[in-house]
Design a protein around this ligand. Structure first.
Ligand code: ASP
Length: 450
């Protein structure tokens, strides 16, 4: 059996849901369906989840909510009407929303979580009702009934291992189950959402739980591209990737698949296929545990901006026991995680996501490093971009790094830092973000010559 997850654009309108129905109909192994909330129908549109977040904020600030509620219900109204589903379903959704809003017993934080999940929850009800009208035996299943147990971290839930046993029993269920993505429940029964884009995570959890033979992730692109198509026109499509490669690519800007969603599938060794709802006959991209080595080991070039580098130098740092720990402790005290930490004998750069650094935190950190660690130099450089050149087999291929440095120098891009990940599946280059597009185009031309 297969688990098929349909993203926001796949359930954004009645026409899209009809495509989803045809896809499910065309393969009887598609027994578990996970859906997102309706996403954008066009570039100017707003995702239902964003409207729900706005609604939660408006409630907290005691602002007017009528207009937002109308917009949310109108999205479902047009879908339900165009799919010829019963108007009772719309009343059911509308009542459920009103109930969440007006229930004075729900604390505001929890209310915002429940509101956030309303898009997925309603979408699953709509899709399941529609599947029945086209002759499929489908039913909606709440994540709590499915057994998706998560940690109590609002907006950042993590799956609890005990979920998998219950999920496995879903295999016995008759017909097609439609499960809303994006949220689970704590053992106390509190609704908690995953991080944004988290329906991919639900799909992966369900696939691992029911030991599916395949997890299909339907989105709006034919495949994963080897580079950001907004930077390079018509880039090469990737047919097969390993989990490790996908992890590196999704980390640095490849938004087709949530980076946390790989873990459950990876642990259970379930292959993942990225496919296009708008072109389901396209082969898509397979993500697997192992693949045949190829001559050109680089599969993709990912990039992301918004990084800062914290540079610390101190003579004889290499001999000072505990220096690294103390340095990282200072970051930990400020609740800051780090991404990379290339180091030399007397210096170290810690790469962090800029959004974590408020000016106050920056000042405090720099001061503490200077005073407590007696560093010779400490400075923070903002506005960096990270480029990841990704591919299995890099460790045994001669000249991969040399090609990259040549491409960057030809593009007149100064390399601020280089780091070959210990996994040797990727090479990281830190550059100033002004040169990012130039750098990517030049690297792409080098690794993927026409
Ligand atoms: N609807 C949620 C979001 O927009 C989750 C998802 O679509 O995967 O983040």
């Amino acid at each position: 059996m297969k688990v098929a997850k349909f993203g926001g654009s796949s359930v954004a309108s009645a026409d899209q849901i009809k495509k989803v129905g045809a896809i499910i109909q065309s393969d009887t192994e598609r027994k578990f369906i996970v859906v997102s909330a309706p996403g954008k129908r066009d570039a100017e549109d707003t995702k239902v989840t964003d409207l729900l977040i706005n609604l939660g904020e408006a409630i907290e600030l005691q602002q007017a909510t009528d207009e937002i509620i109308d917009r949310i219900l109108n999205r479902f109204n047009s879908i339900i009407t165009e799919l010829n589903l019963s108007q009772e379903l719309l009343s059911e959704l509308s009542n459920a929303l009103q109930e969440i809003i007006t229930d004075a017993h729900i604390p505001i934080g929890l209310k915002q979580e429940i509101l956030k999940s309303f898009g997925e929850d309603s979408s699953a009800k709509v899709v399941s009702a529609y599947l029945n009208t086209i002759g499929l035996k489908a039913r909606y299943m709440n994540p709590q009934d499915a057994g998706i147990l998560v940690s109590d971290e609002p907006g950042n839930a993590k799956i609890l291992n005990e979920s998998y046993e219950k999920l496995f029993t879903l295999r016995e269920q008759d017909g097609i189950l439609v499960i809303p993505g994006f949220f689970g429940y704590t053992t106390e029964g509190k609704l908690i959402t995953f991080s944004r884009g988290g329906s991919d995570i639900t799909g992966s959890i369900v696939a691992a739980g029911v030991k599916a033979k395949l997890y299909e992730n339907f989105t709006d692109v034919d495949s994963v591209f080897s580079v950001n198509p907004n930077i390079v026109n018509n880039p090469k499509e990737i047919t097969t990737l390993t989990y490790r490669e996908m992890r590196k690519l999704s980390y640095a800007g490849f938004s087709v698949f949530h980076d946390e969603a790989l873990i459950p599938a990876f642990n259970a060794k379930i292959p993942v296929c990225i496919k296009n709802t708008n072109n389901p006959s396209a082969r898509g991209t397979m993500i697997v545990a192992e693949k045949e080595p190829t001559k050109d080991c680089v599969v993709g070039i990912a990039s992301d901006s918004g990084f800062a580098s914290l540079y610390v130098s101190k003579y004889l740092m290499n001999k000072e026991i505990g220096f690294g720990r103390k340095l990282l402790q200072i970051l930990e005290d400020e609740g800051i995680s780090f991404e990379h930490a290339p180091s030399g004998i007397d210096d170290i750069s810690i790469i962090i996501r800029e959004r974590q650094l408020t000016p106050e935190k920056e000042e405090k950190i720099l001061k503490r490093i200077k005073n407590e660690l007696k560093a010779d130099t400490v400075h923070l450089q903002r506005g960096l971009a990270v480029i990841m050149v990704v591919g299995e087999g890099m460790n045994s291929t001669v000249g991969v790094a040399q090609k990259a440095t040549k491409a960057l120098s030809e593009a007149n891009v100064n390399i601020e830092m280089i780091n070959q990940g210990s996994s040797e599946v990727s090479m990281m280059f830190g550059i100033h973000m002004d040169g990012l597009e130039r750098a990517i185009r030049s690297l792409y031309a080098t690794y993927f010559p026409a």
